[in-house]
Design a binder for this molecule. Sequence first.
Ligand SMILES: Nc1ncnc2c1ncn2[C@@H]1O[C@H](COP(=O)(O)OP(=O)(O)OP(=O)(O)O)[C@@H](O)[C@H]1O
Ligand SMILES: Cc1cn([C@H]2C[C@H](O)[C@@H](COP(=O)(O)O)O2)c(=O)[nH]c1=O
Length: 250
Amino acid sequence: MLIVIEGIDGSGKSTTAALVAERLNDPHGSPVHGGKTDIGPAGEETVARATRLRDLIWSTTESGTDTFGAAHWILLIASWYAGLARLRPDLAPDHPGVCVMDGWYYRNIAKTVVREPLDPRWVESLFAPVREPDLVVLLDVAPEVAWSRRAGAADTDTAGGFKDTEIGRWDGFTGPPRASFCAYQGVIRGQLLRMAGERGWLVLTPDADATPEAIADTIAERVRTLGGRARTPGPSPRALRGEATGTGPG
Ligand SMILES: Nc1ncnc2c1ncn2[C@@H]1O[C@H](COP(=O)(O)OP(=O)(O)OP(=O)(O)O)[C@@H](O)[C@H]1O
Ligand SMILES: Cc1cn([C@H]2C[C@H](O)[C@@H](COP(=O)(O)O)O2)c(=O)[nH]c1=O
């Protein structure tokens, strides 16, 4: 079973995903908590190739503007996910265990269609080889909340821990870092909510003071409810996800 925690930058995806994995029992072994950049077990040559691609996407120094363009980036990212689907046994469609991923490619699609007027159907089609999760949980956190957690509430003039791309510098947002982050991430949040509606994700809108543990408890409970049914013939995982759409703690 593949569970994905999605949300804007800094919304708490990795914190929550780790806690959800801790809370789930799995007869096939311990639930795995993973990140999209984890390669998994592989030979030296494969690891070297994957590392080069990963660094090209996530570890290269990004200048203040996007030199290469949204199509370039999304093609690289689609290439990463196509390979990952084959490298990571826990992401294989027939893997019996539970994997909780912090983030998937959805945020990349959102950023791409915000950046340039590319055909959204073409952008989405690039990810056709990638496994569809059994459940996607959108942590619908306000950008102001995400900013204050990471950068500090009073810190408006420095970028805190956020990258230029997260502050919207590639997307024409030029103001002080906090204002730019909130404006840009507000647009991305809107795109993610649109995708949630179209794809039947579970949308959680936690109170700003909801603890990660409380949020993880809610998600784990929802997964337990879905888990048994998702493995039995009958309603498709998509139908089950649609059934689960709603709001959560807070
Ligand atoms: N419910 C919460 N309440 C308070 N702080 C939280 C909560 N969830 C996460 N945090 C804190 O917010 C910050 C960002 O969380 P985290 O790194 O999990 O977000 P993320 O969505 O994975 O970020 P990124 O998009 O950069 O990968 C961290 O400092 C984390 O400890
Ligand atoms: C299309 C597009 C791509 N990127 C690129 C540049 C960054 O290296 C990574 C960041 O990905 P993450 O999953 O959000 O960490 O993707 C981007 O930042 N914005 C875009 O619109």
